[in-house]
Write a protein that binds this ligand. Structure first.
Ligand code: SF4
Ligand code: SF4
Length: 96
């Protein structure tokens, strides 16, 4: 199988900040029980972005990480999602 270039992912996990609580893996709708999960648990005891193409950019992991270790680029150009986007409301329902 061809190696993936994980440095090209739109999801960044700051391993300096991560406290290995696994909350991101629990909260991500595209990880728990998914065939191609966005996150997998790495050998170093940190979440690894295994399948970034599965991500729907809902931001649940970024907002749910209490260590503020995750950054998700919302658009391919790195810009943030404008207010009022319905996906932002979906994200809030997923968290609260
Ligand atoms: S939620 Fe944040 S601190 Fe917890 S494992 Fe994920 S990246 Fe690390
Ligand atoms: S933005 Fe949403 S779908 Fe993407 S990794 Fe985070 S929680 Fe999962």
């Amino acid at each position: 199988m061809e190696d993936k270039d994980l440095t090209a992912s739109h999801i960044r996990v700051d391993e300096e900040r991560c406290v290995a609580c696994r909350e991101c893996m629990e909260i991500c709708p595209q990880t728990r029980g998914a065939q191609y999960p966005v996150y997998e648990w790495g050998e170093e005891g940190m979440p690894q972005v295994a399948n970034p193409e599965s991500c729907i950019r809902c931001l649940s992991c970024e907002l749910g990480c209490r260590a503020r270790a995750i950054t998700v680029e919302v658009e391919d150009d790195g810009s943030r999602r404008p207010d009022g986007d319905p996906r932002a409301e979906m994200k809030c329902r997923a968290i609260f």
